[in-house]
Every structure is written in structure tokens, then in C-alpha cells.
Design a protein around this ligand. Structure first.
Ligand code: SAH
Ligand code: SF4
Length: 354
């Protein structure tokens, strides 16, 4: 059984049952369980506080699966991009972004993405597969084994994939990431970024923990949003905003700035209206051209002017700095080339093909 695919509570009962069946004392579970997430081991062999026979039995019956690190690239700005290859096939990326004392890990929830936003490199890959809970958590857990990195302080679901499309696995991954018996990362330090699939958004919002929600908005009206995000046809912006209105939860709007598309003063006014209605913060993301052939980022001075228009209307607006651009590690640039047999052929700089 793959204990890493369970929640901490489920893993605890599975381990306790297993120990009882083997006639082992129950206190062993208190030595075994922390080795899953709190003080993780690569294999049970490394859990040297356990007797050798027990370690061998654990390796035999509850092996700890790991992704292979297919690539690790360090940017000149300190951003680190990882490419993971899972035993089940499918390759995904995660990106570590150090900033002062905060170290944010941007993780993937799917290989590829089904939602086809026009500006996004992952969207152009199409959908490959959902990641399992353990594969989502592994991207964080593996950091403990990297001597230069260590565990992140913050986790954001802003890598590849639409987390709410893979809700069952993401729901459980949130539990493992947050639970003190799991990775123990505070809920306020975990952000789920989503285009907002309404039924799943309601489930996320109904969880008692204060996970952060980032709504990928990108255009202030449904009609204009639909041109960038096909999901608008199924889950219209006005309905999404109405759902968020019902949940007293701080949200952030993400708004990618595309020249001549969504950056007019009138767009800022409309966006400000939505933000004020929800008390939402707005994060302006300069478009990363790697994701979007034929589109250009709004010029930095114009982004600043747009942000000022929001602030003038009482909205807390920030402009996100582009990180890791030299290694194509920025949002919307993540794309992995995978061959027919699911082996990784190469990792292309998104946009080079077009
Ligand atoms: N599927 C989720 C999470 C992954 S994308 C979502 O869409 O929210 C994470 C963020 O990167 C989203 O806000 C997305 O809109 C943004 N993004 C995608 N392509 C981008 C690009 N080319 N430039 C800048 N941001 C981009
Ligand atoms: Fe998928 Fe998010 Fe990219 Fe849209 S922006 S295609 S939802 S990963």
C-alpha cells in the first residue's frame, strides 16, 4: 500500500493495523508515521530508529514511491525549476521562488491542462493526466531531500494544470500539506489558483481551513474573458463572483496584462468594481510571452498606471515581478515535451516551436 497517497489519519490507521497483524507493539507507529512527511525518509532503510527487520518489512510492503528528478535548473535570480518524471508516466514541473525569508514552491496538479487559456503554454499541451495525491505532495516532500533547498514556507498551486479539475486528489493533498502530522504548512501559506469550476470552488470554500484562493480573472467582463478563457462558457464570471460573495474568504484576483487586450483604463475601472465588491486584492501579472505566441505583455509603465487606477479606487493592487524567465520557469511558461511512450524527450523553451 502506498502510504504517501493517504491522509495522515488514514496512514495512521493503516500502519496501526499492519503493526497489529505482525504482532509488533503499537508504539512503533509513532516512529513510523513521522517518517512519511514530518521528518521524511527516502526509503525505510534510512529510518534507523527502527529495527532492521521492521525496516525491511516496510520497504517490502509499504515502499515509498518517488518521482525521478529529470532536470533541475537554477535561474540567475535564484529561482529553481524542477522537472519530475513519475513512475506512472507524465512529467510535470515545479518552481521554487526564494524571496527574502519566504520560499514559495509553485506546484503542479496535472500533467498538461484541459482548459486551453489562449495565453498559457501548459494549456497548449492539452490534458495529459491527473496527478495522484502523493504525486502532488511529492513535489513538496522531495525538497526535504535537496540539501540546497529544504522545505518551502509557502505552496501555491500555480504550476501546470487546473487544481479544481483534479479536485479529489487536490482536496486530499491540501490535507496532507496542511495537517501537523503531514507536511505541516499553515493553510494561510497554501494558495489554490483556479479558473474556478463552480461546484469544486464551493467545496474548496467550504473547507474549514483558511486556504487562500486565487481566482484567475484576466478580463473584467464575461464577453471579453471568453475570448481568453474557454471555461467562461461553462462557468461564467458573474456566477463565480456570486459564489465567492457567499463565502467570507479573502480572495486574490489574478490578472495577466496583455497589451491592447485587457489593459484599458475602462478595464481597470470594471476590475476595481469586482475587487471592491469582494474586498479582493489584485495581482497583476505581466504576460510571459513564452506562453502566448501573437500576444504581447503590457509595457511596465502601463502596468504601473493600471495598478494606480486600481489603487485610486481603493483596491489593493500589486504587480508581480517576473521570476525565472531565463529558465522558462515563470507562470504560463511551463510546458514539457513528452514522447509517445511518455518518456521525456526534451524540455522546450515554451514558444520556440511557434
Ligand atoms: N490553472 C490554474 C493554475 C495554474 S496557472 C489557473 O489558471 O489559475 C497559474 C497562473 O498563471 C494563472 O493565474 C494563469 O492565468 C497564469 N498564467 C498562465 N499563462 C500565463 C502567461 N503566459 N503569463 C503570465 N501568467 C500566466
Ligand atoms: Fe490551464 Fe491555468 Fe493554463 Fe488556463 S491558465 S490553460 S487553466 S493552467
Amino acid at each position: 500500500m502506498n502510504l504517501l497517497d493517504r491522509t495522515p489519519a488514514e496512514a495512521a490507521s493503516a500502519v496501526e493495523r499492519w503493526l497489529a497483524d505482525r504482532g509488533e507493539p503499537t508504539y512503533r507507529s509513532r516512529q513510523i508515521l513521522p517518517r512519511l512527511w514530518q521528518r521524511p525518509v527516502v526509503t525505510w532503510r534510512d529510518a534507523t530508529d527502527l529495527p532492521q527487520t521492521l525496516r525491511a518489512a516496510l520497504d517490502e510492503e509499504h515502499p515509498l514511491p518517488r518521482p525521478a528528478m529529470a532536470a533541475r535548473q537554477v535561474s540567475t535570480d535564484g529561482t529553481v525549476k524542477f522537472l519530475w518524471d513519475f513512475p506512472e508516466g507524465g512529467a510535470v514541473e515545479s518552481v521554487l521562488i526564494p524571496e527574502g525569508t519566504r520560499r514559495t514552491l509553485c506546484i503542479s496538479s496535472q500533467a498538461g491542462c484541459a482548459y486551453g487559456c489562449t495565453f498559457c503554454a501548459t494549456g497548449r499541451m492539452g490534458f495529459i493526466r491527473h496527478l495522484a495525491t502523493w504525486e502532488i505532495v511529492a513535489q513538496v516532500r522531495e525538497m526535504a531531500f535537496d540539501p540546497d533547498i529544504g522545505l518551502p514556507s509557502n505552496v501555491v498551486f500555480m504550476g501546470m494544470g487546473e487544481p479544481l479539475h483534479n479536485w479529489d486528489a487536490v482536496d486530499r493533498a491540501l490535507t496532507v500539506l496542511n495537517d501537523p502530522q503531514g507536511m505541516g504548512i499553515g493553510a494561510r501559506h497554501i494558495t489554490v489558483s483556479t479558473v474556478s469550476l463552480i461546484p469544486k470552488l464551493e467545496k474548496l470554500a467550504a473547507r474549514p481551513e483558511q486556504f487562500r484562493v486565487a481566482l484567475s480573472l484576466h478580463a473584467p467582463t464575461g464577453a471579453r474573458r471568453q475570448l481568453l478563457m474557454p471555461v467562461e462558457r461553462k462557468y461564467p464570471l458573474k456566477d463565480v463572483l456570486e459564489v465567492l460573495q457567499r463565502f467570507p474568504r479573502r480572495v486574490t484576483f489574478e490578472y495577466v496584462m496583455i497589451r491592447g487586450v485587457n489593459d484599458r483604463p475602462q478595464d481597470a475601472a470594471e476590475l476595481a468594481r469586482h475587487a471592491r465588491a469582494l474586498g479582493a486584492m489584485v495581482n497583476l501579472l505581466p504576460l510571459h510571452p513564452g506562453g502566448a505566441p501573437g500576444m504581447e505583455a503590457t509595457a511596465p509603465a502601463d502596468i504601473e498606471r493600471f495598478a494606480q487606477l486600481l489603487r485610486d479606487r481603493g483596491v489593493n493592487a500589486t504587480v508581480r515581478r517576473s521570476r525565472g524567465l531565463d529558465i522558462s520557469a515563470a507562470c504560463g511558461q511551463l510546458r514539457t515535451q513528452v514522447d509517445q511512450g511518455n518518456g521525456i524527450v526534451s524540455q522546450k523553451d515554451a514558444g520556440i516551436e511557434e
